[in-house]
Write a protein that binds this ligand. Structure first.
Ligand code: ZN
Length: 290
């Protein structure tokens, strides 16, 4: 038997403190990002049926919830806006009066540097057709969509976003966002890119939460679940365009992709435990199965 092998590994599992001492992996609340689904109006605090424990909140309630998150050690907040008005071009995603811009101002006013504000940059919750970009001749257009996404990101930066986070999967959108932010003096606003985002049925509960089920499907822009090398290509492209952090979406079902991306890049790698993954675990726990 080689000398460096413990013959009785259970010895180091004897007590809770000993197990803490030798734990190889630690998940800390400061590393987690909490999603918030922000709606127009006031005094709204409603559970989303398909995601137990996840809420639709109005801006005033978001501030209360943010305080609770801080007590739990959760400092990072990802904001998804759910507008009342939708149109072909997702116009309500822009400007100073979008639901996300309002939420950013209130959060930053109240918590300042104690919170990290991250915004979802995508048009699907704002377009009447539910796609993440513009529709032209029945197809999701790339470059005109990038220009609109960049304007959306700039509006978020102006309202106080620390990090903007494009989730649309258009080609070149990270570069378009970086350029527009820099031109307007927001050189310190970071970009967390959804670099490897796969088309998936696991997004069902989220579409329910954001009322963003698309007409047709998203497979012409989200990635094919069968492709791993393409995840590396997408990630490297986003980094070349100026992403500060990259994301793999989904998480539980895509651990091989997370591992591969981790090996390929030097920047922080984020993963998204998506709504369907969350609800599977949560519902199983509520049913007493796990
Ligand atoms: Zn989208």
């Amino acid at each position: 038997q080689p000398m460096n092998l413990l013959d009785r590994p259970r010895r180091l599992r004897t007590s809770p403190l000993l197990r803490e001492m030798v734990a190889e992996t630690d998940v800390n609340p400061r590393q987690l990002i909490t999603p918030h689904f922000v709606v127009e109006g006031s005094d709204i605090y409603e559970e989303i049926g398909s995601m137990p424990g996840v809420l639709h909140v109005s801006v005033d309630k978001l501030v209360e919830e943010g305080g609770g998150d801080l007590e739990l050690g959760r400092q990072s907040h990802r904001l998804f806006g759910i507008p009342e008005q939708k149109d072909d071009h997702g116009s309500s995603a822009l400007g100073t009066e979008s639901v996300v811009a309002k939420a950013l101002r209130v959060l930053k006013e109240k918590f300042g540097q104690d919170v990290i504000t991250i915004t979802d940059v995508c048009l699907c919750a704002y377009t009447s057709h539910g796609h993440c970009g513009f529709l032209e001749d029945g197809r999701v257009a790339n470059d005109s969509s990038c220009a609109q996404l960049a304007k959306m990101a700039l509006a978020h930066a102006q309202a106080g976003a620390d990090i903007v986070s494009p989730s649309d999967m258009m080609d070149g959108r990270v570069g378009a966002i970086r350029d527009l932010l820099d031109e307007n003096g927001f050189t310190s606003t970071a970009i967390l890119a959804y670099s490897a985002k796969y088309a998936s049925a696991y997004y069902g509960p989220f579409r329910d939460a954001c009322d963003s089920a698309p007409q047709g499907e998203r497979k012409s822009y989200q990635m094919d679940p069968r492709n791993l090398r393409e995840a590396v290509l997408e990630t490297l492209l986003d980094l070349a365009e100026g992403a500060d952090m990259v994301m793999v979406k989904l998480a539980l079902a895509y651990l091989d992709i997370i591992r591969r991306v981790r090996v390929e890049v030097l920047c922080p790698v984020v993963c998204y435990n998506v709504s369907g993954e969350y609800s599977l675990v949560k519902n199983a726990a509520d049913a007493g199965l796990v």
